[in-house]
Each structure stands twice: as C-alpha cells, then as structure tokens.
Design a protein around this ligand. Structure first.
Ligand code: NAD
Length: 480
C-alpha cells in the first residue's frame, strides 16, 4: 500500500467549502493516500485581525506538509490587508505556475475545439519584482530583472514536465527581438536545455505572434514556457479561449513546497446554493496527486471526470441543452464522478498513469564566474533644456572619461539625433574611456559624479557598463 502523503487543506470562502467537500469525497473514494491537516484561511481569519489572512499555526502546517490544496478565498476590500496568495507564493518560493488549458469540445462550449496545452509561467522574477521609481516629473521606471538561475529553473521544469507527462513539444515565448539581453538570455537557456531532451520538439515564438496563435490556433501548442508577465497574460488568453476557465486547475510549484488551486475565485454570488462546479478544484487535486507520485489515482479520477462530462452530467454554468443530459448540483456531480471511478472516457483520450512520471529537477547552479571588466558608465540625469546645452555642460566634466552619447529613453539624441527629439527631462549620458585602450576605474566614476554635482546637473541614477569575458554586457541606444 502506498505511504500516505501529508497535505494541508483549506476550505476557503464563498463556494470554497462546497467544492472542497466534493473534491475530498472524490479523492477518498478513488483511494488517494492522503494524511489531511485542515487549516482556516481567508475572510474569517482576516476578520480576526490577522492582516495576512493566515495564522502562524496554519502556516506551520503548510511548512510541514509542503503540499497545500487551497480552495478560493474572498479578498477583503479596504486597506491594510495583505494578499494571502502573494504571502504564500513568496514564502514557499513558488517559482512555477503550471496551468493546463484544455478544451472539452463538444461537451463544453468553446471557439477552439482542438486545444490541450499547458502554460508553465515563471512566477518570481521579471517586472513583477515590483521595483519601481518615479525618477523625474515626466518619467517612471519599472525594473525587469531576469536571472540565469531563475530562467534555467523554469525552463528545466517545463522540459521535465513535458517528458514526464508524455508531452511532445515545448515552445518558448519571449520578446528577444527587442529585449536582447533579458529575453535573449531566457531564449538562449531554453535552446541549451532543449538539447538534453532530443525526443521533444523545441521551438520559439515572439510573444506578440505567440499570443495571436494561442488565441487563433491553440492546437499548435503543447507545453509553453515563458516569463512572468507574458505567462500571466498568455495563461488567461488560453484559459478563456478553451471555454473552460471554470474547469481549470493550476499548480504552483516551489522550492519549499507546492500549492494547488482552482483558477476561479470564491463566487460569492452562488455561495451556499450547492450548485457550484467542483471541477476546477478537482483538476487541481489531480495535478497534486501527480506531483505526489500517486499517478494511478490521478488517472482514475481524471478518467472518471472525463466520462462524467461525456455523459452530459453538467453543472448549471456549463449546461447546454444540445449536449447536456442532466443539470447536476455540486453533490450530484461529485457522486456521478465517484460512480464512474474505474471507467475510461470514450471520446476524450484517457489519462495513462506511467511509472516515469517522477520529474528530475536538479539543483540549479550559479553560472560560472567570467572576467568582468568596467567599460564605462551611464549617468541618468533630470534636465530640462536643449540637449546641446546639456552636452556642453557635461562634456568636459572628466579628463579620463569622455561623453560618447546622450539618449532619451533609448533614442539617440547626441552627437547626432536620429529623430527630432521631443521635449523631456530624462536623459542618459554615456561615458566611455577618453583613451579607448585605458581601463575604467570606480574612482573615475565617483569623480565624474562629483563633477555633475558641482555643475548643478541632477543625477537620477548610474548604471555601470561591464563586459564579461570580452563580450559587451549592455545595449547601445537606437540609432547608435
Ligand atoms: P469568480 O471566479 O469568483 O466568479 C466569476 C463568475 O464565475 C461568477 O459569476 C461565479 O458565479 C462564476 N463561477 C466561479 N467559479 C464557479 C464554479 N466553480 N462554479 C460555477 N460558477 C462559478 O471571480 P470574482 O467574482 O471576480 O471574485 C470573487 C472573489 O474571489 C473575490 O473576492 C476575489 O478576490 C476572489 N478570488 C480569489 C481567488 C483565489 O483565491 N485564488 C482567485 C480569483 C478571485
């Protein structure tokens, strides 16, 4: 007999308790080997004055079991409350968001009848680090930080997921034609890791055409791996066109555990009526059983669920008189799934439990150290006036570093302007060695900044320019 896996379960708010009860009943009937610890999260906890929505003792349970099956919660309105989802995501270092988006045509209405894709979204980095600054009256910045380790971790996860789940293709989606360094590194790592999986087809798409194709031709995709922002948008497009947002479960995989939940919210409008569809949470529980290695139970439940959908037993929100035979409430639906445990679907492909489903995820190593050389500095300044006047003011601030260019938000404006420059207050002055062969030192940069101060030109920030093993580690302005 399989050893029981400890898991933490939260019944949540709104329809949460109803769909969790239905899901747990099916898990038990299917023979899932689980040791369940129940915790309370959400509204009631927030109302007790716990601003994070989760108490310490509940948190200890999640840290102990490292596996969290979570029903949706209602996010309280008003200030001061912290998002429980963000707290859990950060504390468990949930780096991968995995969302299968499948269309169940002809049983569930959809514009895309052929669709069975999984989006693997990086969950910790990118523009979502929330590092933003107002720099001038006119300009605000948000930093996009992408690490080699974070990219390799998510890319390896996607390939391992594809291999262990019998998938055939992994598509990387990025915008490396524009963001050559950040997205370029993500794409390069993808190409390198792909070589370790010769049995899988690997390809790349630029995010704009990728999004269009997901919306119009989702059959082209199998597993998609992408950065945080693109993944956020693409997974919603995919879920929407599948027609099955309410049926989608998602997995959040982390360094310190994993969390599984439905994609939908707590649906307060139908709470307490016993009519909610438990399928989103049940599909999340199937992902959880796969994660725990109980792949036979996962397949048994998934196949019984598919057979139920094929038999036209549908909850109200997907009921369609052309294909539905029974408008089931939550209990009737879960009982129908239980009755079909052991049966296989006739129309949809059955899920097969295979031994090789365990994923091999190595510890990710830091990239090797390279020879890092200081090549110059970008000095960002707040300045209102003519660019030539700015250039005249800062050109002679240093003997050892020369002003080589000025640009406005990436567009070259000095020494030549490639376009008629707009008015602005945000300029980047690039300084490189006066004598091209001479090394640049940090002392020279500090002296340069002191000269800016004396000249009355306000420095917003600086960015050192480095090369790594002789390869330039910075981009040039458009037009340079
Ligand atoms: P929602 O997903 O809860 O509801 C949107 C619509 O879908 C509603 O009409 C609802 O009745 C219907 N619906 C959702 N799930 C259903 C199901 N299982 N069966 C049948 N119908 C279903 O989105 P919302 O109304 O924007 O948000 C409600 C609350 O949920 C908010 O407090 C929100 O913050 C919270 N929320 C929580 C999570 C989470 O915990 N992960 C995610 C999203 C929203």
């Amino acid at each position: 007999m399989t050893k029981k896996s400890p898991i933490t379960v939260a019944h949540g708010d709104g329809i949460g308790p109803e769909i969790m009860a239905a899901t747990l009943k099916i898990l038990e009937a299917a023979g899932a080997q689980l040791e369940i610890e129940t915790i309370e999260i959400g509204e009631k906890v927030y109302k007790r004055g716990v601003m994070s929505g989760i108490e310490d003792k509940s948190w200890e349970s999640i840290q102990r079991t490292k596996c969290f099956l979570k029903a949706p919660i209602s996010t309280p309105q008003g200030g001061g409350f912290k998002s429980l989802n963000v707290t859990v995501r950060k504390s468990m270092a949930l780096y991968a968001n995995v969302r299968p988006c499948i269309s169940y045509h002809p049983y569930v209405r959809t514009t895309q009848p052929v669709m069975n894709m999984v989006i693997v979204r990086e969950n910790e980095e990118d523009l979502y680090a929330g590092i933003e600054h107002q720099q001038t009256d006119n300009v605000v910045q948000c930093l996009k930080l992408i690490s080699h380790t974070g990219s390799e971790r998510i890319v390896r996860y996607a390939f391992e997921y594809a291999r262990s789940h019998g998938r055939k293709k992994v598509t990387c989606i990025s915008k490396d034609n524009i963001m050559k360094m950040t997205d370029g590194m993500f794409h390069r790592i993808f190409d390198t890791v792909a070589k370790e999986y010769p049995e899988l087809t690997a390809n790349h798409m630029i995010v704009d055409i990728g999004a269009a194709k997901i919306a119009a031709a989702p059959h082209l995709f199998d597993v998609v791996v992408t950065e945080n922002l693109y993944g956020d948008i693409l997974s919603d497009i995919a879920a929407e066109v599948s027609g099955s947002v309410g049926l989608c479960g998602s997995a959040n995989i982390g360094k310190h555990g994993a969390m599984f939940e439905a994609v939908h919210g707590s649906a307060p409008d139908i709470a307490g009526q016993g009519i909610a569809n438990p399928s989103g949470l049940l599909n999340a529980a199937v992902l959880m059983l796969q994660h725990l290695g109980q792949t036979d139970v996962a397949a048994k439940i998934q196949n019984a669920w598919l057979a139920t959908i094929e038999d036209g037993i549908h909850t109200g929100e997907i009921f369609n008189p052309q294909v539905s035979h029974k408008r089931a409430n939550t209990t009737e639906f879960s009982d129908a799934v239980i009755e079909r445990l052991g049966k296989l679907p006739k129309y949809f492909p059955a899920m097969v439990a295979t031994e090789e489903r365990q994923m091999k995820l190595p510890d990710i190593q830091m990239p090797p150290r390279r020879a890092k050389k200081l090549e110059g500095v970008d000095v960002f300044v707040d300045w209102i006036g003519a660019v030539n006047e700015l250039a005249g003011n800062v050109k002679s601030l240093s003997n050892s570093l020369k002003l080589s260019s000025i640009d406005s938000r990436g567009l070259l404006v000095w020494p030549e302007a490639i376009a008629k420059s707009e008015q602005g207050d945000h300029w980047r002055c690039r300084f490189t060695p006066a004598n091209d062969a001479a090394p640049v030192t940090h002392e020279q940069i500090i002296q340069l900044l002191q000269s800016f101060l004396k000249a009355g030109v306000e420095v917003i920030k600086t960015e050192n320019l480095y090369s790594f093993d002789g390869v330039r580690g910075f981009t040039v302005a458009q037009g340079q």
